[in-house]
Design a protein around this ligand. Structure first.
Ligand code: ZN
Length: 128
């Protein structure tokens, strides 16, 4: 597949191509190609849904998953789903990792002291 016709004639630097995101925003990207298992070379951005021409029916971009959904309702549902997921797992994480108490701090300090004493003893023994 020859894509050179799409490259703009700017000398120097990596050639960039204008792509339209499914929401209709236009930006220049460095074309990136991958080869499928059946040896067909494809444009990664085009495979993701980007187009060379402005999209006829722009799709709303979703901040939740970074993709594009067909409708604004789907975007809101996706974000709500992600928020529900996050609060659920934050609760689980909060339960699993309880806040350190004063006793924990004291144990940490004791541990440090024991480690230091052990080190001192070891150096003393090795010198003898
Ligand atoms: Zn989404």
């Amino acid at each position: 597949m020859d894509d050179s016709y799409r490259l703009n004639n700017v000398w120097g630097g990596v050639p960039r191509v204008k792509y339209y995101a499914p929401d209709g925003t236009c930006a220049e990207h460095i074309p990136h190609f991958r080869t499928r298992k059946d040896n067909v070379k494809y444009d990664v951005l085009l495979a993701k849904g980007y187009t060379i021409e402005p999209p006829v029916n722009p799709k709303p971009h979703c901040k939740g998953c970074g993709q594009w959904h067909d409708t604004q309702e789907e975007v809101e549902a996706c974000i709500a789903r992600q928020e529900a997921f996050m609060t659920k797992y934050e609760k689980i994480a909060a339960k699993r990792y309880r806040k350190p108490t004063d006793a924990d701090k004291k144990i940490d300090e004791l541990e440090k002291k024991i480690n230091k004493l052990t080190q001192l003893l070891e150096t003393k023994i090795s010198k003898e």
